[in-house]
Write a protein that binds this ligand. Sequence first.
Ligand SMILES: [Zn+2]
Length: 456
Amino acid sequence: MRRHDYLDHDIETASPKQIRERQEAELARQLDYLFARSLFYQEKFRSAGLRRKDCCNLRDLARFPFTTKEELRASQASQPPLGRHIAADWHNVIRVHSSTGTTGQPSFVGVTRRDARAWTRLTARSFYTQGCRKTDVVAHAIGLTLFVAGLASKDAIESIGAVFVPLGTGASEKALSVIPWLGANAMHCTPSYASYFAKYAREAGVEPHTLGLKKLFCGAEPGAGIPSVRKKLEQDFGARATEGLGNADMAPIIFSECPEQAGMHHNGPDFVLAEVIDPESGESLPIETGVTGELVYTSLQRECVPLLRFRTRDRIEVLGTSCVCGRTGFRLRCIGRTDDMLMLLGVNVFPSAVREVVAAFSPSTTGEIQILLEQPGPRVEPPLKVVAESAVGSAAWGELKSQIERKLRDVLTIAASVELVPTGTLPRYEMKGQLVKHLYQNTAQVPAGRRRKVLV
Ligand SMILES: [Zn+2]
């Protein structure tokens, strides 16, 4: 692959001044649209005493309030199906995706035809940055159903001209024959699935590197950017592993790594305005090498559900603002979450949602649970280890355990391994309960906003 090779040269290599001008023009249009079309933002701006003329440039944006996932959830509950933040006519919506959340209740995201085109272009840019080309055959080992990165990846990979093979999840046996038969040289999957598939292949007597996969496009959860995980995947498959980062409420893939593997580039400054803030104070931080904080997104060209200053809860570190590949989109890595969300094979799971499922078995359970983590989250290798208190005699535990595990699979779509213990075993907390027990050596987190030198 040539080093200076881009899908959208002008935007991917634009100077900071060119990007600022483009973003200011897009933001002005998006704000006009929000003030005119979004009930949710009309109310939000009115109660904050903000008028359209209060935002004339990117700097003014910091005066506007954040949008949180909780607000979107409440908005959706108050006005089904998509919420008061829908700004397009329902009959102009062509597709609806969803993500699961704190309660297991799905949160829906709609796209218009124009939104779908924007998603396709941005997602295609992200795959292209990762090295996807027209000559590739891509095995897509990610679900095509409700998940945002399913169909959007299909559209994006096909738009590049590569062959898209919809393997889906849970198809490892098929994958072992389909990949070599079709000459698939790339796979799009979660890093957890890639490591699982390597093990699966070996157990089936196939060395993973003989499958012919040369490119692993990883995403939906952090992992492939962690040096030890990347090294293992690359050794297993004899492939280059790169990762991408998106957000169900904003766009399927927004950031992705170029072959330099030095953090994920912002691939779509014309579609998504990214800010980095201090998660505690909400202060906007400069996008400079070494800055850590929470990613905040403002959509710039969205029709269906445009969002202003949406808090992603993704904790990131800025790794650089230039790159030998020539792209000018800043580079970052995801270093965790600012909430307690966990991710299993790309599925978001909140410990409170696990507790809710277990508590529904009351009076057989007390509702007290503890999730055991052997490695720092948010990524967790399945099954999720859950200790739950039971108020019934241990003779009934076998049946109860399988019922809870089945319910967790049905409601939260995760594999869990439940261990039952007698009432009173788990610690009680006066304040906020500690639903997660860390079994590994805890290292202090880097405080948000603190800058340190990073050599890349
Ligand atoms: Zn690069």
